[in-house]
Ligand binder design. Structure first.
Ligand SMILES: [Zn+2]
Length: 244
């Protein structure tokens, strides 16, 4: 009997896993008007999630980063429209890698105001990535509808241009690929990283964003608030290893 039960459990959990695997776009409410959306791509042979975020305001929807999966640019807009009866007006990409920027061109064509920093734009151009229509020359405060948030460049880390977005009132830190999961074994892809500066950069984020309630990160679960602290530890270790 126990074996049968276990077998059933095993099969149903497999179905569950495969069922999830088929979903190409996942949207999870965070708090208030904040939602995390997830698309997937294949990285080194395994399916990897990429999280972005959107914010529903009185003055339209703001998108933070674009889907990684190129088939999901329009489905994301459609889902937002049917869920909230609002359109996306603005999109900010947080560094030049494809998992953040891939949809910039498409969204610009849809009349969405797309933004990156000047530095991101330079690196996107150099690496043949999609580019935004509008460029930020420095850290920028956006006031959209009832919300206010600030982009912040803390220095080089995951890439030379990575920025974070800080919602000081809601205490939400949108960390993108700079911050890794609380259970991550390493800092992920370091091909464009600054290994020596990574720790200092993360500490600047920590200083800029005191006591965050939520830390949204690109490739892991965002429900564990220790992600930033853990990433600082990993960055410190990495620097030591590199210096040693
Ligand atoms: Zn990434």
């Amino acid at each position: 009997m126990r074996i049968i039960l276990l077998t059933i459990l095993f099969i149903s959990s497999l179905t569950h896993i495969f069922g999830q695997k088929e979903a190409k776009l996942k949207i999870s409410p965070l708090t208030g008007g904040f939602y995390v959306y997830t698309t997937y791509s294949t990285y080194e042979g395994s399916r990897l999630p990429a999280n972005g975020m959107y914010l529903v305001t009185d003055d339209g929807v703001v998108l933070f980063d674009t889907p990684w999966d190129t088939t999901q640019f329009q489905p994301l807009l459609d889902s937002i429209k049917s869920k909230h009866n609002k359109s996306v007006n603005l999109c900010i990409a947080t560094h030049w890698h494809s998992d953040r920027t891939e949809g910039l061109d498409y969204y610009k064509q849809q009349g969405i105001k797309t933004y990156t920093t000047v530095l991101t734009d330079e690196l996107s151009k150099k690496n043949n990535k999609k580019r935004a229509e509008f460029l930020m020359t420095k850290d920028t405060v956006f006031n959209i509808g009832q919300y206010s948030f600030e982009t912040y460049y803390p220095g080089e880390g995951h890439t030379a241009d990575n920025i974070i977005v800080w919602f000081s009132k809601q205490k939400i830190l949108y960390g993108g690929c700079l911050i890794k999961g609380a259970e991550a074994e390493d800092l992920g892809y370091l091909g464009d990283a600054n290994v020596d500066e990574y720790e200092t950069t993360l500490k600047r984020v920590q200083k800029k964003c005191p006591d965050p309630k939520f830390i949204i990160i690109s490739h892991s679960d965002w429900n564990n608030i220790n992600s930033l602290k853990h990433s600082i530890k990993l960055a410190k270790k990495l620097k030591k290893k590199n210096d040693g």
